[in-house]
Design a protein around this ligand. Structure first.
Ligand code: RIB
Length: 310
């Protein structure tokens, strides 16, 4: 740990989530009457930044929002979470948008995104934030901004001993060079299956996919398996952490909350087992409330769920 307070930089997306609530998910070609509509702050980058900040990390964000009302509200969300937004620029392409349908019967969702400003986050943007990345304990990356931009951020981090966590979402093919820059790669079960071609719906399958990702260059793999908990594989061997049972309202941002908890734990110099538990607690709590950013728990809430395991 380089800092007295765990310090994290997030290079990633910010989206306004336009959320349509429905009794269930729609089938192709179907028209269904909804039960409600909301706009929430979201985007995998912003969600992970807020998750880590609410758990107690000092967080800086590198990203782009539009010069529009959505962008104003996304910047207000960063300010409210006390996240340093000096490296969040305004972009004429407009703020990133996510179109989300949430099933009120299962809490499952389907999400389509329009990257807009996120798609313009550049290598120069990241290089301008090099000092913050170098000084941080952990750099968090996802795949809603250009991969070349994330790669440059990871290179800066690796050169200065900052640990790199890549959440490969949405899943897309990644080269060995990219994976080799990551200390932790954190797919969910679907993303791990898409990245490796190995079904992950059994324990053997999850292990096989994690082994394949390590063979492709990732130093360690932390795979979230929904209700089956988390499976991790590193040079030190296997680790598992169970899911906390909760009443599921909306799973949006549960993976982001997990990533925030994992990053908070690692940036606090906790052992991997403990960092996994922080991730599981944050992810479970995020399922209990509607929306992305509004669902992310405080440190007190996570500690209460962790009980003696905090
Ligand atoms: O991971 C959840 C997020 O995915 C949503 O907030 C949405 O913006 C999309 O990026």
């Amino acid at each position: 740990m380089k800092n007295a307070q765990p310090t994290i930089v997030v290079v990633g997306s910010l989206n306004s989530d336009l959320v349509f609530r429905a009794p269930r998910l729609l089938a192709p070609g179907e028209t269904l009457t909804g039960t409600g509509f909301d706009e929430f702050a979201g985007g995998k980058g912003l969600n992970q930044a807020v998750a880590a900040a609410r758990l107690g990390a000092r967080v800086s964000m590198v990203g782009r929002v539009g010069a529009d009302g959505y962008g104003d509200r996304l910047l207000a969300t960063l300010a409210e979470a006390q996240i340093d937004a000096a490296a969040v620029g305004r972009d004429p392409a407009g703020s990133g948008l996510a179109f989300i349908i949430v099933s009120e019967s299962t809490g499952e969702n389907i999400i389509g995104i329009l990257p807009r400003a996120n798609g313009n986050l550049s290598i120069a943007d990241v290089e301008a934030a090099a000092d913050a990345i170098a000084a941080a304990d952990v750099l968090m990356l996802q795949l809603e901004v250009p991969v070349a931009t994330s790669v440059r951020a990871a290179e800066i981090a690796r050169a200065h001993g900052t640990r790199v966590i890549l959440n490969p979402a949405p899943a897309q093919p990644l080269s060995r060079d990219v994976l080799a820059l990551c200390d932790f790669v954190t797919p969910n079960e679907g993303e791990a299956a898409r990245l490796t071609g190995i079904p992950t719906d059994t324990d053997d399958g999850a292990r096989g996919a994690a082994e394949a990702l390590r063979e492709q260059g990732a130093a360690a793999v932390v795979m979230t398996l929904g209700g089956r908990g988390v499976y991790a594989l590193s040079a030190e061997g296997e680790r598992r952490a169970p899911a906390f049972p909760v009443k599921v309202v909306d799973t949006t941002a549960a993976g982001d909350a997990f990533s925030g908890g994992l990053a908070f734990g690692l940036a606090s110099d906790l052992p991997l087992d403990a960092a996994l538990r922080w991730g599981c607690a944050a992810g479970a709590l995020a399922c209990t409330r509607l929306g992305a950013v509004p669902s992310l728990p405080s440190q007190a809430e996570a500690r209460a769920l962790l009980g003696g395991q905090a």
